[in-house]
Design a protein around this ligand. Structure first.
Ligand SMILES: [Zn+2]
Length: 364
């Protein structure tokens, strides 16, 4: 008879303590899939890849033009992985560097650069990619009281004096933008209200609290040596891995693109991995360890609404799924015969909100 493991306490802990939101879990896209996409695109002689800088001036209505945009929000090392992959295919993209990210400013309270980031930015450029500025300076102004124009002049001067050619800027979005209702590109006089978004209504100023109003800095792109803001570039199709938690590559049908199409694809390197294991281990630093055999779990708390439990392998292939009603005794008999990493998660509704939470299972 197989060894039976009761792990109800682990799952109880997992549900109580996990702060993961639904989007964290769904943000897992595959670099293998990206490689397949590039391979297929490059087999079509009508498709041309250009950087965002080249998109400004490249106009050929007999071609399908694709420009890959990477906003490096959090993970510079993964950006370099993607950059090497693209380089191996002879594809060049644009990488926007975020100066408020840990990889750039480290522990510096004034968000100034740490010297060590330079060699990585240089590597991106040496691989043939464009480097741009991922603009978050209105956040520095609104949230941290930093002079956004002086800050940007100083950091751009440092980057350029070290041989980084920067022509473009792309606005970064964050919870601060949602909280205070502005977007980082509202600062550009060139864009005007063309990109105004009513979900971010504060175009000119933000009232942080009664009596504390911050007038947003305004400037021209050319004041900073910029030639474009990425959101203002001329494209007719736009795909992104943010906001909707969708894999943008699954939404692009390469066979349906037509000459004259101009496409921007926004991919955040922190969401793309060769291996779901790497992503899962990062997401779940305290995985559940099991020896091979029959897995059997029970919840030692009352389920007050319907709960759905899933177990998948690392490729997202569903291995087990069951819906449980309130008050039903939840038990999952599942036989792990293979060593490896699995993913177990539940979906339920708590206080009217969908909650998705899970953990990694290491089976050895
Ligand atoms: Zn960003």
């Amino acid at each position: 008879m197989r060894y039976q493991q009761l792990i109800f306490l682990f799952l109880f802990f997992m549900i109580k303590s996990s702060a993961l939101s639904q989007n964290d879990v769904n943000y897992e896209f595959s670099l293998n899939e990206y490689a397949d996409f590039l391979r297929k695109a490059l087999s079509n002689p009508l498709i041309v890849f250009v950087t965002q800088r080249q998109l400004m001036t490249y106009h050929d209505s007999t071609k399908i033009v694709i420009s890959i945009r990477h906003d490096i929000d959090a993970d510079m090392d993964n950006a370099l992985r993607m950059a090497r992959l693209e380089h191996n295919f002879g594809v060049h993209a644009t990488y926007y560097v975020l100066s408020t990210a840990g990889y750039y400013c480290g522990e510096h309270k004034d968000f100034s650069h740490q010297q060590s980031v330079l060699s990585k930015i240089k590597q991106l450029q040496a691989l043939g990619h464009e480097v741009g500025w991922h603009n978050n300076v209105l956040t520095l102004q609104v949230v941290y009281g930093i002079d956004p124009l002086a800050y940007m002049h100083r950091e751009l001067a440092w980057l350029r004096s070290n041989g980084i050619k920067i022509d473009g800027t792309a606005a970064h979005g964050s919870r601060w933008c949602s909280k205070y209702g502005y977007l980082n590109y509202y600062m550009w006089k060139d864009c005007g209200r063309r990109l105004y978004n009513k979900n971010y209504p504060n175009f000119d100023y933000v009232v942080k609290s009664p009596g504390d109003t911050v007038w947003l800095a305004k400037a021209w792109l050319k004041d900073f040596g910029f030639k474009y803001e990425a959101y203002c570039l001329d494209y007719n199709k736009y795909y992104s891995d943010c906001c909707k938690y969708y894999d943008p590559l699954k939404k692009i049908d390469l066979d349906k693109l037509k000459p004259g199409d101009r496409i921007t694809i926004l991919m955040h390197p922190c969401h793309w991995h060769w291996d779901r294991a790497m992503r899962l281990v990062k997401l779940f630093p305290n995985p559940i360890s099991l020896t091979r055999g029959l897995f059997h779990c029970e919840f030692n708390f009352k389920v007050t609404s319907r709960i759905q439990l899933f177990i998948t392998d690392l490729n997202g292939r569903l291995l087990f799924c069951k819906i449980y009603s309130p008050a039903e005794n939840i038990a999952v008999p599942f036989n792990f015969e293979q060593r490896g990493i699995y993913y177990v998660y539940v979906e339920t509704v708590v206080n009217g909100k969908m909650l998705k939470t899970g953990n990694c299972l290491l089976v050895y």
